[in-house]
Design a protein around this ligand. Sequence first.
Ligand code: PMV
Length: 315
Amino acid sequence: MTTASAPGKIILFGEHAVVYGRPALAVPVTQVRASATVSANSSGGVWIEAPNINLICELSHLASNHPLSAVINSLFSALRISRQPACTIHIESTIPVAAGLGSGAAVSVVILRALSAFLGQPLPDERVNELALEIEKLHHGSPSGIDNSVVTYAKPIYFIKGSPIRPCRVGKAFTIVIGDTGISALTKESVGALRKLWEAEPSHWDKVFDQIGKIVQNARRAIECGETTELGRLMDANHALLQEMTVSSLELDALVESARKAGALGAKLSGGGRGGNMIALVSTEKAASLAEALRTAGAKRTIISTIQSNYRARI
Ligand code: PMV
């Protein structure tokens, strides 16, 4: 029997501009996780059990573009497996689905790891990351690759599309509260809407993306040096630009505003926007009361996450 587990993720800075080659910062969210266990079965076939989505099914009965069959089949072809093993893949996840917390990427990563180990050919992280990106592409069009990267390496990362992944050193632990609007919004749609704006006026939007790129660089420095007040200010500045990019929403803005009123050092939407999550930076002592304030203001779920210091981080 083989098992693998991976955390959820949240984008701290730079979403959307990252699609246009600017840097972004993301961290794992260890409070929520996906795991996969692969064991031999005597009934034959590749069985998939995913109780969270009420699925028990043999691989050949799943549509070929289903995310689970896509990841399993892509692993079989990457490892040149012609005779499928008789095995059962059991998947569990506490990562909310379609909420910008990396649920899809985490499920892909754990299946790739547990199944490749079961087949006696465990994949290195780099290969897991590449294959997980291919699956992300099937479902999200042209993703930057930040989700699968942070989930694969389970470390804070400084990410530039197409460049080697760099760890983000954390000089001093900091705490964020993640607040979910409960409104599901497709990242593909907000990315597509921004693409139209950019096509109509590329020089204007390139300048906005450059401003975001600078914010991300400054945020990386602030995280390395443990300058939490500056980090909060940068979150506010990033949110203002995301609003200009039309990817915020009334609900996200209301939660961001409530967070600031409840003592956050800074707050912004996170991920695709127009729904989904926002994040607020807060002192550890104030985190629980801020989470409560967000729920009172309409957040459907809150997660408090402390990003630990890792000064010697390497990937
Ligand atoms: O919605 P999420 O958390 O998966 O984040 C999407 C991030 C974008 O920058 C908007 C898109 C991308 O592919 O990076």
